[in-house]
Ligand binder design. Sequence first.
Ligand code: SAM
Length: 298
Amino acid sequence: MPDEAYADPPDSEQPEQGTRLAGLVLVSTPIGNLGDLSPRARQALAESDLILCEDTRHSGRLLSAAGIDVRTEPLHEYNEDRRIAPVLGMLRAGRRIALISDAGTPLVSDPGYRLVRAAIAEGLAVGAVPGPNAAVMALVLSGLPPQPFLFLGFPPPRSAARHTAFGTLRAAERAGLAATAIWHEAPHRLAETLADMADCFGPRAAAVARELTKHFEEVRRGTLTELAAHYANHPARGEITVLVGPPEEADPEDLDGQLTRALATHSVKDAAALVSTATGLPRKLVYARALEMGRPQG
Ligand code: SAM
């Protein structure tokens, strides 16, 4: 017996696809394979009065391939703030407006959050047609634990900032977080990012998902050390999502414990260097903690 909450309504009550969608509708579009535009996404787009696109030329190709002839306007990172008032005005006047990004689910590493927040604050209808999303597809193909997962967008482009960002995650892990972490990454930065990840997280289980849903789709699984070495020798191409598994088990010794022992016989600087090497934690982070701990009490 199906759970009542999930039971299909009788046919006469079955809403026609799309008839419930009013107001602002966030429509997910393919991440590479046009066949992934769902019938409901197609219908929602075709029935809109206006489609807001991250890039109207890029989305124009998808819309024309899908036979959709609806006015498009740009909504991207740089004009989103000034587009909000006119779009809310159109929604108040009863227009149906779809929002799409270049690929996948709008708002996820893509524009639209500020508009959605403003529409919600005004009590306007906001709906969504779910569909492709690179992070979730990569997660389920990775062989890494599917939950909990932590989606972190793109890592910082510079190595120093990346170390800081990964160090923050490492600190959260030390405080008990055990999640699969997911990042987008550009192909020309993949090898250096994996090397920085290997520095911070050690030889942890990880995966690189490339060109999902496309002809050269590939998911490479291995330790961070193996993946860093592979991509250092085989520069990657295409669109890439990187995943790092949770720490395998609780750290046998906590950072403070290791530092206490090292500080008993070493200077702050040497103790920080030793513990940073032993734990794989960023040297700056360990040094800052060693300084705090090394300070004489009272
Ligand atoms: N909104 C999109 C989504 O829902 O997947 C993500 C947009 S984000 C600007 C684009 C990044 O997502 C790419 O640089 C890449 O890291 C990742 N990505 C997009 N398509 C992908 C694909 N087919 N395979 C692997 N990663 C992909």
